[in-house]
Design a protein around this ligand. Structure first.
Ligand code: UP5
Ligand code: MG
Length: 198
């Protein structure tokens, strides 16, 4: 990948902060390609014959981070597929829920490209917990239960926030408070994007 061929925005935030919800709106209005690292991992977990199925399942249930080689390869493949199938050499990607550990950040920048900006959704744990427990009633996600949620929060604070801090020092972070309802958060997101991209 050459940075001139692709534009990458990392979308970060705690579990249940609303990354996926906001990405869907950005896709609708700006034509980004949305790649959720968690969704790619869940698809790989369920792919018959995958050698990583059990590993991914265990990590997700425990809120632990899957070894970066697996996730980076899935993202790279998905980006390549998008560029090939859309028959164009340029692509704009929202990479959702990644990188959530420093080693992933460095690896991705080495083999793919640096991100143009980082959209960081900031939300109190209490609100995120409420959302995830509510979603857990119907989502079927094996990590939407009180115990897994606690572990996900811990990993986020200890391992993923340092990534946000790293990009903050690079001046790439745009922070949006995602405590209000989805429409309000999206309004603020658009405002921030206009500020950055003009
Ligand atoms: N909701 C959304 N926005 C709302 C709002 N403003 N007001 C009220 N409700 C709102 O939203 C979550 C729920 O809240 C939904 O019901 C929604 O309607 C509601 P969503 O948009 O799905 O939030 P999101 O931030 O995407 O939450 P998600 O649960 O997907 O976050 P995680 O970061 O925990 O999950 P992800 O799929 O990214 O990762 C799962 C696991 O995969 C990780 O724990 C890890 O084990 C593994 N993983 C890796 O190992 N490596 C990676 O690189 C990535 C993931
Ligand atoms: Mg998500």
């Amino acid at each position: 990948f050459s940075p001139s061929d692709v534009t990458v925005i990392f979308v970060l935030g705690g579990p249940g902060a609303g990354k996926g919800t906001q990405c869907a709106r950005l896709v609708r209005d700006y034509g980004f390609t949305h790649l959720s690292a968690g969704d790619l991992l869940r698809a790989e977990q369920d792919r018959p014959g995958s050698q990583y199925g059990q590993l991914i399942r265990d990590c997700i249930k425990n809120g632990a981070i899957v070894p970066m080689e697996v996730t980076v390869a899935l993202l790279e493949n998905a980006m390549r597929d998008t560029l090939t199938s859309s028959n164009t050499k340029t692509g704009r990607f929202l990479i959702d829920g990644f990188p959530r550990k420093m080693d992933q950040a460095f690896k991705f920048e080495e083999v793919v490209c640096p991100a143009k900006m980082v959209l960081f959704y900031d939300c109190p744990e209490q609100e995120m917990e409420k959302r995830l427990l509510e979603r857990g009633k119907t989502s079927g996600r094996e990590d939407d239960n009180a115990e897994s949620i606690r572990k996900r929060f811990r990993t986020f604070v200890e391992t993923s926030m340092p990534v946000v801090d790293h990009y903050e020092r690079e001046g790439k972070v745009v922070k949006v408070d995602s405590t209000p309802g989805p429409e309000k958060v999206y309004e603020e997101t658009r405002k921030q994007l206009r500020r950055v991209f003009g």
